[in-house]
Design a protein around this ligand. Structure first.
Ligand SMILES: [Zn+2]
Length: 79
């Protein structure tokens, strides 16, 4: 099994809507001039999944904690 080079590869193409030369990563482009984007399936590699991110929080505990804090603050302001 071959291991891909580390990190995404910078690629260049013309915007299919306005023709501006734009840079992308692994064949995925987003035009800063007109807002055109190509479909993610045109990329050269599979997109990494959230679980592949080293910083991905397991279980979403962070979000629960923040919403709990938000409720507490609102309760204090009410009295
Ligand atoms: Zn464009």
């Amino acid at each position: 099994m071959s291991i891909p080079p580390s990190g995404p590869e910078i690629t260049y193409a013309e915007c299919r809507q306005c023709g501006t030369l734009i840079a992308g990563l692994d064949g995925r482009y987003s035009c800063g001039v007109c807002g055109w984007v190509n479909h993610h399936s045109e990329g050269h590699r599979e997109l990494p999944r959230a679980e592949d991110d080293a910083d991905h929080p397991a279980g979403g505990a962070e979000g629960n904690r923040l919403s709990a804090d938000d409720n507490r603050l609102r309760g204090e302001g009410d009295s």
